[in-house]
Design a protein around this ligand. Sequence first.
Ligand code: R5P
Length: 298
Amino acid sequence: MKPLVLALDDPSGFASVVAAEAGGEIGQVETRRFPDGESYVRLDAAPAGRDVAIVAALDRPDPKLPALLFLAATARDLGARRGALAAPYLPYMRQDIAFRPGESVSARTLTGLLSRAFDGVATIDPHLHRIARLSDVFAGPAVAAEAAPAIAAWIGTNVEAPLVVGPDSESRQWASRIAALAGCPFAVLEKRRSGDREVAVSGEGLAGLSGRTPVLVDDIISTAGTMIAAAARIVEAGGRAPVCVGVHGLFAGDAYARLAAVASAVVTTNAVAHPSNVIDVRPALARGVAELLAAPPG
Ligand code: R5P
């Protein structure tokens, strides 16, 4: 039976690409709010005996999570063979430790909740730092699809003599991979964060800036504090205003405008829908979902 692909919240249009790659068909979902704000979900499709993939944009997740859990449970209740979550952005992954005593480690709690609701998960470049692998926090199969090939291709076509720069040690994994694929050098800076919006970026590894176009890359742009501080460090070291590339452009408040003011360009993938999206990662996620569904159910 063909997999059923359900789009819960899909502003970038992942569902049709997932359905095409996985040989599935799109099913309809009805959602609305009850007058008191609680979530109503109705599945208008027949999941019995089928694999079900739920596509859900989970940026700004708090209002979206109840409907996601309700839909996953409904598919199961109606006899779905297995349920896969296709989330272009996996939220809360940065809170992967109690930085201060008593803090909620929301990365583990949320992935635990999703593990119980879904048999597998596919996402794009989850923030893996102190949690090293997605499979460390998901009970079932978990695919972390990469945006790096699409980003490297965009850089190759659009940027003259790039130098890829990661703003902090966590970004080394993405910066080194993108640079290798784009066939260009990379540098990694150092970041010290003292608050949600307070970051200082330092680092001496910018000797290769001369004659190069700096391309800052990071997995997440939230307040843009990291990228703005890294851009300032690049300019201080004698470089040009950088091209700024984010996998997940969350852009809290006026972050986009503040970053655009110090960058030569700001571009993102469509993992999070935003006017700065120019890099298409739908095929990468679709391949991840197809991989999940091609494996025999556990
Ligand atoms: C954190 O380690 C991430 O990789 C990003 O560097 C961070 O989330 C960016 O946040 P902001 O834009 O608020 O500085």
